[in-house]
Design a protein around this ligand. Sequence first.
Ligand code: FES
Ligand code: FES
Length: 169
Amino acid sequence: MKVSFRVNGKPASVDVAEDMPLLWILRDVLDLKGSKYGCGIGQCGACTVHVKGVATKSCQLPASKLAGADVTTIEGLSPDGSHALQKAWEEHDVPQCGYCQAGQIMAAAALLAKKPKPTDSDIDTAMNGNLCRCGTYLRIKAAIRSASGTTTTDAPSGGRSGQREEAHA
Ligand code: FES
Ligand code: FES
């Protein structure tokens, strides 16, 4: 099927199987490799992009539902890597292997676009669908805090972030 939509502010038109997921279209058809394949079943968040500003797992969105969609990938988050989150990611040296990080940043960016001053609970909820096998959760949260100019209300030790770091390390 032919489908037209927008990616990173530009029109895109592809001719693909109607069940081809957006992630495959981005990576294999449009050569945008920033979004990663982790699980293919909507469980890891490595493929997260924005669709109409909403964090969306691109492995779960088929071509048949793409017509007219406005998609932003990590490549389109800012023209030169200067988004506040990208700077905070550098400042906090967040990535380890890096594989999950594009998805993490896109999930965080959707959160801050909707809620510029998120609570700990907002961050935990927004980031809950993005896994990191390297266990960078605490640095991710610190970077989101920096980018949003907020400070944590979590207890200094323990708390949900600490549990997640242990659980997924
Ligand atoms: S690859 Fe899409 S959620 Fe894992
Ligand atoms: S940095 Fe390695 S999976 Fe997250």
